[in-house]
Design a protein around this ligand. Structure first.
Ligand SMILES: *Cc1c(COP(=O)(O)O)cnc(C)c1O
Ligand SMILES: [Zn+2]
Length: 443
């Protein structure tokens, strides 16, 4: 296969060496591996995902509130807790996304407090940028020629953007049904794109095989121990920014489970550093058509299989039939005293509207699933009305305009003369609606 090269090297700044990493621990058997290990545990195979362990005392020395006040507002501000060496960093501004108070959303959910963290504001429009940023740095450190990933869409568009930024060829495996905007992102960034005629799970396996055969750097989060270290920065940011205002719950949607597991790791590290007085509970939200993790949560012992792998939901980013990181995700949710729930697509569409209208943040379906899950959890009594929550909006709504239009319809079509008559009317929303009705305009 011929891989296109692209120009423009956008690298700058240096970071410290890897001294801060003491090793990697298998989440299944606990075996400790030395720093520099790639892939999963030798004895547990794909099930033995590794967790990066840091030297707490060393980190504590330099990662102080005073030091942070001087640093860039990107995820690189947590460099002592990132598994990267001295090499250059991609220039794209990743992380430190806006955190908004959302009193109207809170009121409509029946909660005391709500915050919205808009991770759709990352360079390529999703939370995945946090991991891709680390991925390309690690690929460079490994002297890889090519970086590859399989993705439901966002990890792919994100990786292509970051690969373009550091000038490394990327090969992307996406399922055929990935939304158009995400495919457009892949192509515009110049990645080699393989639209697999099958599901995400099939694309994932193909990517695994191709990386093994060609020695490409594998960005797949569940097998690469370093990428989740990027994802955890959302937890570090919440801990740093909220401090003792940290509400009782942090809500995230769940596909493979890397995102929620990563957020938990960051929250725990922020807690150990004393940034938050107590850890929040995690609410993981899946779509009811892709609820493997919800089912695993209620299962006793180890599952002997992850089900059929079928996944049907409008929320493409969490349309995962066989979650790759279920062990880490479930461990995180249990340790937090939280819960995992599933919501219907109709609830996700309603949440796209409410998130946008009540907080001003446009969420793609998988991101709005978090709001939908929170709404459901309040109704079910899982989240108490005196509690508060942070909803992490993991992807921008413009990534899937078709779904947004499904949520809201096509809007009113009007003849120009009708529109002119509307200008005479006092411009309150109600008056305009009345006028549109009187004018007999049909939607
Ligand atoms: C990938 C993704 C998720 C879920 O992350 P997992 O690590 O697969 O659980 C949620 N929302 C968006 C927008 C995503 O792209
Ligand atoms: Zn192991």
């Amino acid at each position: 296969m011929r891989l296109a090269r692209r120009g423009g090297d956008l690298l700058d700044t240096l970071v410290m060496s890897l001294e801060q990493v003491t090793g990697l621990r298998c989440v299944r058997c606990g075996t400790i591996y030395s720093r520099g290990t790639e892939g999963t545990c030798a004895s547990c195979g794909l099930d033995g995902i590794l967790d990066v362990v840091y030297d707490d005392a060393l980190v504590r020395k330099t990662l102080t509130r005073a030091a942070l006040a001087e640093r860039t507002r990107t995820q690189w501000r947590y460099r002592e807790l990132l598994p990267i060496g001295d090499g250059p960093l991609p220039s794209l501004a990743v992380g430190m996304t806006p955190l908004y108070q959302a009193p109207r959303l809170a009121a409509s959910l029946g909660l005391a407090r709500a915050f919205v963290k808009d991770d759709g504001r990352n360079p390529t429009g999703s939370f995945k940028d946090r991991a891709s940023a680390i991925g390309v740095v690690k690929a460079r450190e490994a002297n890889a020629r090519v970086i590859a990933c399989a993705s439901t869409g966002n990890a792919a568009s994100s990786l292509s953007g970051f690969a373009a930024a550091i000038d490394m060829p990327a090969v992307i495996f996406v399922p055929k049904r990935a939304p158009e905007a995400k495919v457009a992102q892949l192509l515009i960034f110049g990645a080699t794109v393989l639209r697999v005629n099958g599901t995400y799970d099939e694309a994932w396996q193909l990517c695994q095989d191709a990386c093994a055969r060609h020695g490409w750097y594998n960005r797949n989060c569940a097998v690469n121990p370093y990428l989740v270290e990027g994802k955890k920065t959302v937890g570090l940011e919440l801990a740093e920014e909220l401090g003792d205002r940290m509400p009782e719950w942090v809500v995230l949607s769940v596909g493979d489970g890397c995102t929620i597991a990563g957020a938990w790791k960051g929250l725990c590290e922020g807690h150990r550093l004393g940034w938050i007085p107590r850890l929040p509970k995690l609410l993981g939200v899946q779509a009811s058509g892709a609820r493997a993790m919800v089912d695993l949560m209620t299962m006793k012992g180890e599952p002997d299989s992850l089900g059929t792998g079928e996944a049907v939901t409008i929320a493409d980013s969490i349309a995962v039939g066989q979650p790759r990181n279920w062990r880490k995700a479930i461990r995180a949710v249990r340790a937090s005293g939280g819960a995992m729930i599933a919501v219907e697509d109709s609830e996700i569409l309603a949440a796209m509207r409410s998130t946008a209208r009540l907080s001003g943040v446009f969420a793609e379906p998988a991101a709005a699933a978090a709001t939908a899950g929170l709404a459901r959890a309040v109704v079910d009594g899982l989240v108490a009305r005196h509690e508060g929550a942070v909803v992490v909006v993991t992807g921008n709504g413009l990534k899937d305009v078709r779904s947004a239009l499904t949520a809201v319809g096509q809007g009113v079509q009007a003849d120009p003369s009708v529109v002119v008559r509307l200008y005479d009317i006092e411009a309150t929303a109600g008056a305009v609606d009345d006028a549109v009705e009187r004018a007999g305009v049909t939607a």
